[in-house]
Design a binder for this molecule. Sequence first.
Ligand code: HEC
Length: 257
Amino acid sequence: MKLNFKNISLFAGASILMMSCSRNPDSPGYEYMPDMYRSQAVEAYVDYGLIKDVEHEDLKNTMSARKPAMGSIPFNADPEMAEVMMPYSFTNTEDGYNASKGNAIPMKYVSNEETAIAYAEEGKVLFGYFCSHCHGKTGKGDGAVITYGEYNAPMPYDGGYKDRTLGQIFHVITYGKGAMGPHGSQLNKDERWKVALHVRTLQYGNLMYSELMTEVDSLNAMKDSLKVMSPLMIDTNVIELPLDGSLNHESTEEAHH
Ligand code: HEC
């Protein structure tokens, strides 16, 4: 056989075709440039364990994305918002749940009726994404997940859950409760307060602004008169913060110990 250009390219073409075949029907075949498929860069949700072309079994299929260190505070240039984003000090316990009843919504959200209603409207949108498939659009506990069956229905917000305060609703969104999973990683604290305001709207048919202000004022008055650190912060992983969320230099220091 003459080694002319035509023959060489035919031979090369055929062998490339055959080499990409494999007996396993699920196999994508041979990979010529695996780093095009499996990045050597750190990928957030899948690690191929490749470091300088060497595969490390122990690194494979683990998530590279890590949660921020316990007690991390997201930066916010707006002091009011920075306060909202302070670590949540109520623990995921029965005691924490009961005490959260007295956790007043930050004034930022309820400074006047219009503002409060606007925030509740924002909460309504989030509620549509994160809650209504179980709780139903109007909070009757009749979302599609429930009506489809096999999942216990939550009580209606304007029924069995009518007495829940904004603080408790915030707590339940954060940690979940019973058959409801936690939503703290999906909704930040700002979003949780907004959703809680919308849930209140569903509890009463409207925000009941003046009653809400009476509640908030009395909770804040209690907090001011007590001026104590939260007794609930027994979880050593949680940074001790004054209940009013103000972070002084001392408590920043504590966080490092
Ligand atoms: C997967 C379905 C599901 C989703 C999604 C869900 N919930 Fe629930 N929720 C439940 C169930 C079930 C209960 C009853 C929990 C129990 O006591 O067992 C409940 C209970 C509650 C309660 C009352 C808890 C109490 O006893 O104080 C509130 C408030 C609440 N949910 C709010 C929300 C909000 C707000 C969202 C969206 C961020 C949400 N839920 C998303 C299923 C869900």
